[in-house]
Design a protein around this ligand. Structure first.
Ligand SMILES: [Zn+2]
Length: 230
């Protein structure tokens, strides 16, 4: 079978998403890409997590033709493809309907940066995409979901912001590989949870983290002179 190590990596990332409690039934999918081969490995559509294994992951090319696999790829595959084509630097994408991130997506609200946990991961608000028009939904719903996610970054790089809320739908996160994408989906759920509680505790006072603290935290982990970690 082709791309065995990527199959295993994507399988593991899918299992991690469910182990972290971000998935109910089959709501969720993780993919990874081999840029040299031009092939994406993605979870099969509608198969219970208990039945997944590296060998039933589906391989598709950039035109969404199945290269290897007995099952249909995830129904969100075209969203993943659109993002991979637009952002040549990303290697993995995770999507789920985790509760708190989805609540913000349903409220059509970007998650403001309220504290340093958020600032360690995102250089500003985590954007919620604009709602899709009826024409977009009719044209190609999954592809246009990707279009809206890309637009939501508003010109920021996919390194600066690695998570987006698709309006009325749920979170999409990405990273250099499938494992990092899941890590970001897990972090996003925690940030959304904390933001929800912060709004409640503060009575909706809307106190955002000071921009100079936000930038300090983001830069020490991701900036040119990053010094966080070993
Ligand atoms: Zn979904």
């Amino acid at each position: 079978m082709k791309l065995q190590s990527l199959r295993e990596e994507v399988y593991e990332a899918n299992m991690e998403l469910t182990r972290r409690g971000l998935v109910l039934y089959t709501f969720g999918n993780v993919s990874g890409i081999d840029r040299n081969e031009g092939i994406i490995v993605i979870k099969p559509s509608g198969i219970p997590y208990s039945e997944l294994n590296p060998n039933n992951m589906v391989l598709v090319d950039l035109d969404q033709c199945v290269v290897e696999g007995d099952f249909k790829p995830s129904s969100d595959t075209r969203t993943h493809l659109r993002m991979y084509k637009e952002w040549s630097t990303i290697g993995g994408i995770a999507h789920c309907h985790s509760r708190y991130a989805t609540v913000w997506a349903q409220a059509r609200r970007s998650i403001p940066c309220l504290g340093t946990t958020h600032a360690d991961y995102a250089n500003g608000d985590i954007p919620c995409s604009a709602a899709m028009t009826e024409a977009q939904v009719m044209r190609d719903y999954e592809d246009e979901t990707g279009v809206q996610i890309i637009r939501a970054l508003g010109g920021r790089s996919p390194q600066e912001i690695q998570m987006v809320l698709a309006a009325g739908h749920g979170p999409f996160a990405w990273g250099i590989d499938a494992d990092k994408a899941v890590h970001h989906a897990v972090v996003l759920e925690e940030l959304a949870h904390m933001a929800t509680l912060t709004e409640m505790v503060s009575g909706g006072a809307g106190i955002k983290l000071e921009p100079f603290v936000l930038h300090k935290h983001y830069a020490r982990k991701h900036g040119p002179g990053a010094y966080y970690g070993q």
